[in-house]
Design a protein around this ligand. Structure first.
Ligand code: GDP
Length: 699
């Protein structure tokens, strides 16, 4: 059978976990007193165990929410006494000195700069020797300022206590008998919030230190009346033998002391003495206080529940979620997203990308070997001569073609093409990791990037070696078929046309920039004449003539600013390039070039294009096998093993709550659930109370 207090204590801790709004609070007993008033001794006497931190410098730095749960014997077996710190997950602690050590550690963990912390420690003690009670132990008031306890600490403690002694809590004001009550900070603080003493119980400790009559007169409370009265205790046992428990020795001590002065303390109805009386008193007071809060709290919970239910309906259409479902959905969405993106890495797409890269290389090779060659125009002329047979052409041109082909095939295609694709994958992953919902999950996003980059790093070497290996044959010999030749020639024409367009646009830009074609013409002539002079000077120097370093300023040098001279130099480069490109375009379109692969020497552009195409094809195939297939296989599995499976329940919740929308949803849902549960408990209480046979009270 559960009594009312016990049930309400349960409900109280549930409400505490919902929120701290004042309407939803059930009372607890707050223990206040100055340092050394005997506060710890009283608490330990109530519990019957030594469990609070001791020692000279040991001041309580955090509130302790102490919940005492009376346990009943089953089958005549005395139940075990134990404590629990629900927030720490240490399980049952049967050794009370371990509880003491834990509390000490928690106290010491408060940074010295903070001195005290508002964060309460939740401690529950289960024992057949304790009543059902909730007590809150607070740091003791500092009475005398001293060097190691600065004023700020004193104020911090006061304001912490002030927060806790508000309604509906009961106040246990601990005062030592040998200190004038007028000086008791506990009573002073309680009077401020509870002037009539309606919810304050006075505990007078160290009754043994004053003459019995004096002690008894304090307890009558004539000077500082408290509605709930004073209880006198002696919590220091003079000599505690090893075999006696704390509870027993306190009991003996009090029995001896109050018994010896029964003339003063005995018989009298008006004074209350002894720890047992104190416990009983606390239970009575807490129970009646809780009972009187019941109606108000039931109404408040009902209102809150209605509001939460309404919000849940309106905002989420009664849709429930769990952290697990959110995580699972997120991972599925990630895999799906990734799968969509893999479309961008289909083989034809990759081939096209590689071909573009190789086209650039082809242009570089052509520039290096042909366009910069002064004999380049010759190639056009001989190609236009219909009588010239391919075998009659100078070996010079055949060597050139071979050099060009080998420059292209040996330009590090394996590495470059693998890196190109790997970079594409990398930026794909980076963009996924930078998008929703990973914006809310920075750590998961970082891990995603980390492991995918790692998979890539692992594959790049193998893949690029493999590609290099497979294009090796092309380094020695390349067979070109007629159809391939035609396609290569067309593509070369396309590329050259684009290049021509590009050069024309650049020239046009320069012309506009310098102020028209006339001016550009003047500039170009001037630059050319400068170059001519330079050349002459160089010749003279080579011939050993007198060096005349000074360049005489000409009228033109004043007309053209240096920036425009630079523009003119660029213009010269572009028009030279244009001239060559146009020549080569004509060659590519010529009958000779259309004839087929046997004309490769005349049309290196078409030939190199075919080579580039073959290289792109082979590279794409092996990158597909060695890099992409591997990556696409491994990636979803790594998501499971690195993002998902090594998360424990706590981390899953943490992850889900990183997303603010999910956090709000979970919070509201949880709040509603808890309120429902509390409401259920409260309803069951009212039937309990309506029961004609009231639950027996244990004392
Ligand atoms: P706290 O600082 O308020 O927690 O006080 P403690 O419980 O640590 O007690 C302060 C000192 O008073 C300790 O030395 C206790 O042994 C002593 N003390 C506590 N209760 C009594 C008592 O009833 N009688 C006597 N003579 N000393 C007590």
């Amino acid at each position: 059978l559960m009594n009312l207090t016990r049930k309400l204590i349960e409900i109280r801790s549930m409400l505490l976990s919902i929120d701290q709004s004042d309407g939803l609070k059930l009372p607890s007993i707050v223990v206040i007193g100055s340092q050394s008033s005997g506060k710890s001794s009283v608490l330990e006497a109530i519990v019957g165990q030594e469990f609070l931190p001791k020692g000279n410098n040991m001041v309580t730095r955090r509130p302790i929410e102490l919940t005492l749960v009376h346990t009943y014997s089953t089958d005549g077996q005395t139940p075990q006494e134990y404590g629990e710190f629900p927030a720490l997950g240490l399980g049952k602690i049967t050794d009370f000195s371990a509880i003491q050590r834990t509390l000490t550690d928690l106290n010491l963990a408060v940074p010295a700069s903070d001195a005290v912390s508002n964060e309460p420690i939740d401690l529950r003690i289960y024992s057949p020797n304790v009543p059902d009670l909730t007590l809150i132990d607070l740091p003791g008031y500092i009475q005398l300022a001293s060097l190691d306890q600065p004023d700020s600490l004193r104020e911090k403690i006061s304001s912490l206590c002030e927060k806790y002694i508000r309604e509906p809590n009961l106040i246990l004001a601990v005062c030592a008998a040998d200190v004038d009550l007028a000086n008791s900070p506990a009573l002073r603080a309680s009077r401020k919030v509870d002037p009539l003493g309606l919810r304050t119980i006075g505990v007078i400790t160290k009754m043994d230190l004053v003459p019995p009559e004096q002690g008894a007169s304090i307890l009558t409370g004539n000077r500082y009346p408290l509605h709930l009265g004073y209880v006198g205790v002696v919590t220091k046992s003079p000599k505690r033998s090893k075999k006696d428990s704390l509870a027993l020795s306190v009991q003996k001590g009090e029995h001896d002391f109050f018994g010896a002065h029964s003339d003063v303390f005995g018989g009298s109805e008006s004074v209350m003495v002894g720890t047992n009386t104190l416990r009983r008193r606390l239970m009575e007071v807490l129970e009646s206080s809780m009972a009187s809060s019941l109606h108000g709290i039931t109404n408040a919970v009902q209102l809150e529940l209605e509001e939460a239910t309404y919000q849940f309906k309106v905002q989420y259409n009664d849709q429930r979620i769990t952290a697990e479902s959110y995580v699972a959905e997120t991972m599925d969405a990630l895999k799906l997203r990734f799968k969509e993106f893999t479309q961008e890495f289909r083989r034809p797409v990759i081939r096209e990308k590689l071909k573009n890269m190789l086209d650039d290389k082809v242009m570089d090779v052509l520039e290096q070997l042909y366009w910069l060659d002064k004999r380049a125009p010759e190639l056009g002329t001989i190609a236009a001569d219909p009588r010239l047979k391919p075998e009659e052409i100078e070996p010079y041109w055949r060597h050139k073609l071979q050099a060009a082909s080998s420059l292209l095939t040996k330009s590090g295609i394996g590495r470059d093409s693998t890196l190109l694709v790997a970079d594409g994958l990398r930026s794909l992953i980076d963009s996924i990791a930078a998008g929703e919902p990973f914006t809310f999950h920075p750590r998961a996003s970082e891990r995603l990037i980390q492991f995918s980059h790692m998979i890539l790093r692992d594959r790049i070497g193998v893949a690029s070696d493999q590609v290099e290996n497979c294009i090796k044959p092309y380094k020695y010999e390349i067979e070109v078929e007629g159809r391939e030749w035609d396609i290569g020639r067309e593509r070369a024409i396309d590329l050259f046309e684009k290049e021509v367009n590009m050069c024309e646009t650049k020239l046009k830009d320069i012309r506009r920039k310098v102020g028209g074609s006339r001016r550009l013409g003047g500039l170009v002539n001037y630059v050319k004449s400068l170059e001519e002079k330079e050349r002459e000077k160089k010749m003279k120097r080579l011939e050993g003539g007198p060096s005349e370093d000074t360049v005489e300023p000409t009228p033109e040098s004043y007309r053209y600013p240096p920036a425009q001279i630079l523009d003119a130099r660029h213009a010269i480069l572009y028009s030279d390039r244009l001239a060559i490109l146009r020549l080569r375009l004509a060659a590519l379109r010529s009958k000779r070039c259309r004839a087929g692969p046997q004309s490769d020497v005349f049309c290196p552009e078409a030939f190199l294009n075919v080579v580039a195409d073959k290289l792109a094809h082979t590279s794409a195939m092996f990158i597909g096998i060695e890099l992409l297939d591997q990556f696409f296989y491994q990636f979803p599995r790594e998501i499971d093993s690195r993002l998902l499976y090594d998360l424990d329940r706590k981390e899953i919740v943490e992850f889900a709550r990183e997303n603010p929308a999910v956090r709000r949803h979970l919070d509201l849902q949880e709040r509603k659930d808890k309120l429902e549960e509390v409401m259920k408990q409260l309803n069951s209480l009212s039937t309990l109370r309506a029961d004609p046979q009231p639950a027996p009270r244990r004392h």
